[in-house]
Design a protein around this ligand. Structure first.
Ligand SMILES: *Cc1c(COP(=O)(O)O)cnc(C)c1O
Ligand SMILES: [Zn+2]
Length: 420
């Protein structure tokens, strides 16, 4: 039993009864992503802020009545959720805003936001009795699925571009997945994975295809609002590739609003890389998101490199319905943002996470934020995922470090150069 009532197609709004849909609206093919709907009145009867406050489970499963999984289903051993919301007053002062928080999802078990979605995927696959789960990914969704599958003893097949960062590929191999390094882009890997899933009948976790992924990603909104004692922030910043995270964040906020737990929905600001800016272009030029063809995607921020954002309809809704915005940042701004954020907060982010920090600074400069507002930025991935990019920042910023002979006299010679 769960509280899902039905699902609707994001394009034609057609309704699908519970249990009567697979992944997508058959009338709209791969574009026809579904939105999962809940019976909030029934949920309200058993699930309140008070019952939640005494729940000792701090993982995402504390929000189970608002998730599309059976009441009796058990989550994987690997605990997902409960990442810290850092209160950064000194940064708020510097930015000239009331309050600034950083939600650090780089601390999830496989070190990216994607664990939230993959946790739902492994449970839904188990409910469906699936033998094999498959996904395509730029790297993090793969690592997340791979790790969660390992924790459940679940067979899986993963498609990633051969160019994915080494750390992400290492994760896949260590977790024992069947790893397919695709000679092509993420978009190529995605198309291949869909064909394979279809032909072999495997459970398909793909982003912007499996409608439950947004439902996992929305738990980040639940945590942010709960950590702020149910006072929703004014603005949330997150980086955007396929658009599933921003769509999920939006969904979580709408859930909480429907439940009456928050009294407003924050503006959502999606940060894209200049070289992979499909959503920004579509939003700015008011283009038709369903028919707009793929664009080229070239950026150092591999996790947000998406020529055809698979969850673009939900992503555009997230920004338009909250009166938010999309903004773009250059690769140089992204690289510089890695050490800047790390040095100001102690949070080491991968390029896609640091892009969000670059976006916050740009938005403040462009006066998109009012001085009395509370802002949350989400770091979506750990910097340890992509050491090469971090080392590029060392070069680009001419970062100073020392080679020293093991002698106190030698040390004395350079001591005056230290930043102390
Ligand atoms: C996947 C990912 C994103 C972007 O999420 P989308 O749903 O593709 O928009 C951002 N940052 C990191 C680290 C990611 O892994
Ligand atoms: Zn449809």
């Amino acid at each position: 039993m769960n509280y899902v009532s039905h699902a609707t197609c994001m394009i034609c709004n057609k309704t699908f009864e519970k249990g009567k849909f697979d992944y997508i609206c058959p009338d709209h093919g791969n574009e026809g992503i579904l939105d999962i709907k809940y019976d909030y009145d029934a949920i309200k009867k058993e699930f309140t802020k008070e019952t939640l406050a005494v729940d000792k489970d701090l993982s995402i499963w504390r929000y189970k009545p608002l998730l599309p999984v059976e009441k009796t289903s058990k989550g994987p051993n690997l605990s997902v959720g409960n990442t810290p919301l850092l209160n950064l007053d000194s940064l708020a002062d510097g930015l000239g805003i009331k309050a600034f928080y950083l939600k650090d999802d780089g601390r999830l078990p496989t070190a990216s936001f994607k664990d939230r979605a993959s946790a739902i995927a492994v449970v839904k696959a188990k409910e469906a009795g699936a033998k094999v789960i498959t996904t395509a990914s730029t790297g993090n969704a793969a690592a997340a699925l791979s790790g969660l599958c390992a924790s459940m003893g679940q067979a899986n097949v993963i498609f990633v571009p051969a160019s994915a960062p080494q750390a992400k590929i290492a994760q896949l191999l260590m977790f024992g997945s069947n790893v397919m390094l695709v000679d092509g882009t993420y978009d190529d890997a995605f198309d291949l994975c869909l064909k394979v899933a279809d032909e072999y009948g495997w459970y398909n976790r793909n982003t912007g295809y499996n409608p439950y992924m947004s439902e996992g990603k929305k738990t980040c909104s639940f945590e942010i609002c709960e950590q702020l004692a149910w006072k929703a922030p004014d603005v949330i910043f997150v980086s955007v590739g396929d658009g599933c995270i921003i769509g999920g964040i939006h969904k979580g906020l709408r859930d909480l609003f429907e439940m009456g737990w928050i009294d407003k929905i924050p503006r959502l600001i999606g940060v894209q890389a200049e070289g992979s800016s499909y959503m920004y272009q579509a939003w700015k030029n008011k283009e038709n998101i369903v028919t707009k063809p793929a664009t080229k995607a070239v950026t150092i921020a591999d996790s947000i490199s998406a020529g055809l954002p698979r969850d673009r309809i939900k992503a555009l809704d997230a920004v338009n319905m909250t009166h938010g915005a999309f903004i773009i940042v250059s690769d140089e701004e992204i690289i510089r943002a890695i050490p800047d954020l790390a040095q100001k907060t102690g949070v080491f982010a991968e390029p896609a996470g640091a892009a969000t920090w670059a976006g916050v600074k740009k938005a403040v400069q462009d006066r998109m934020i009012n001085p009395d507002e509370t802002v949350v930025m989400i770091n979506t991935g750990s910097g340890l995922k992509d050491i090469n990019s971090a080392m590029k920042a060392v070069e680009l910023t001419d970062m100073k470090y020392f080679k020293v002979e093991p002698s106190i006299n030698e040390f004395r010679k350079i001591a005056s150069d230290l930043k102390l």
